[in-house]
Design a protein around this ligand. Structure first.
Ligand code: TRP
Ligand code: SF4
Length: 421
């Protein structure tokens, strides 16, 4: 195993700690434009984004080209789905002062990097991504024997590498995509990061660190390379990051030399695994648009309360006097997300002893949920009524993203010997 992978993409807390050792605190994540979001989308990803934006330098984008990889045949809703989703982002609390929000197709560098990376990506890597076969099976009604669908994880790699993101907040199902991104970055750096006189240039750069730092750098590299000491790697990386006198090229050389491949032009990202609660739909199955069992993120509060009153409960609890089992009840899954310890104890005790009715039980969680949705709904209204503002926020985000993307592509072109004009 590659030593730097010894630290498994852990929980959020763990990774926050490790991130403090390096200066790269950039986070990138994307979401396909599915239109107005439901509670499951919010609790599974968006809510986490709104928190990350205060700790990291965040880039969030609408993955509209990704939507084409499975939905190429009908693009009639893609525009409205995009804007509705962006409104939900803003309503949920993503703040343009703290997060750069943009649309993938408006930064054409995504497509260009994808194409360039496709040249060095073995077919087998893509065929082996678990979602490839899974999704083809699940979406049998569509013809997914396309080039674009096979290449979709690589498009995601381009998304990530374009911004040199250190962290990618994703759910369990996307870990494999971050993994392949690391492989692609490593391969790119290996193929194009080699220079003639690399070792000599590295020696010179080490001298430039000064004798104390230079010695320490060599020691840390040895610890990492010979013993797989990930902390040594982080320490050395932090040292490089903290050195303002290094030129960009020397920094890349010294970073690359740490791992022993060559210059690192593209940065290997880490997954920030989002702890996703199980969000039940109204029928008890996982909340999903395709099941039609959702609660909208900015749904009318009366409608939310009504839906919750009709929500599936423990099927064994037919009459008020029948005791129930919260573990068999989707309402309990909501309590686990929204209720404090005291309320949870009240549910457990009251349900099992038939001391409380299901309507009382639902009311408790419904009130909290409605309060949350009411806040989001209020904020959404402001944006619904001012679409120009929404577009301006995105236009600005696209500009900013594009500046970063252009810079990376310039370095990529240069590494490939293709920066001729
Ligand atoms: N593939 C992700 C999904 O389907 C969305 C996505 C596209 C993404 N590009 C990304 C997520 C880059 C993280 C980073 O949910
Ligand atoms: Fe579910 Fe609550 Fe009814 Fe128990 S009392 S079955 S947890 S709704």
């Amino acid at each position: 195993m590659h030593p730097s992978r010894a630290r498994a993409p852990g929980c959020l807390q763990g990774s926050v700690l490790s991130a403090t050792h390096t200066s790269n605190r950039r986070v990138l994540s994307g979401m396909r434009p599915t239109g107005a979001l439901h509670l499951g989308n919010y609790l599974g990803a968006l809510k986490n984004w709104t928190q990350l934006q205060y700790q990291y330098e965040c880039y969030f984008f609408v993955a509209d080209i990704h939507a084409l990889t499975t939905g190429y045949d009908d693009t009639s809703n893609i525009e409205s789905n995009t804007w509705e989703m962006v409104i939900d982002w803003l309503a949920a609390g993503l703040n343009p002062a703290n997060s750069t929000m943009f649309i993938q197709s408006r930064v054409p560098e995504h497509s260009e990097l994808h194409l360039l990376l496709s040249m060095i990506t073995p077919l087998g890597w893509l065929e082996r991504v678990p979602t490839y076969k899974d999704q083809q099976e699940q979406l049998r009604d569509r013809d997914l024997a396309t080039y674009g669908f096979l290449g979709y994880p690589l498009l995601q790699s381009a998304d990530i590498l374009l911004y040199k993101a250190a962290y990618v907040p994703v759910g369990e199902d996307q870990i494999a995509h971050v993994e392949i991104t690391r492989e692609v970055a490593r391969r790119f750096n290996h193929v194009y990061g080699r220079e003639r006189d690399f070792e000599a240039k590295v020696e010179k750069a080490i001298k430039g660190l000064g004798s104390r730092n230079g010695t320490q750098y060599k020691e840390l590299r040895k610890l990492y390379q010979e013993q797989g000491d990930a902390q040594a790697l982080e320490k050395a990386q932090a040292m490089l990051a903290g050195n303002a006198r290094l030129t960009l090229a020397d920094r890349e050389r010294l970073q690359g030399y740490l791992e022993g491949t060559g210059r690192s032009i593209l940065i290997e990202p880490e997954a920030l695994l989002t702890a996703t609660p199980k969000v039940p739909g109204l029928d008890g199955r996982k909340m999903s648009k395709s099941y039609g069992n959702t609660i909208g993120l900015r749904e009318d509060p009366d409608s939310v309360a009504r839906k919750l009153r009709a929500m599936q409960t423990d099927p064994a609890r037919v009459r008020r006097t029948d005791p129930g089992d919260p573990d068999k009840c989707p309402v309990w899954d909501l309590h686990k997300i929204y209720s404090d310890a005291e309320t949870q104890a009240w549910v457990q005790q009251g349900c099992r002893s038939a001391g409380i009715g299901c309507l009382d039980c639902k009311k408790r969680v419904s009130d909290v949920l409605v309060a949350e949705i009411t806040v989001i709904r209020g904020r959404a209204q402001e944006f619904e009524e001012n679409r120009d503002l929404v577009k301006a926020i995105i236009a600005e985000g696209c500009e900013k993203a594009r500046d970063v993307a252009r810079q990376t592509l310039e370095e990529v072109h240069q590494a490939m010997g293709m920066n001729y004009r």
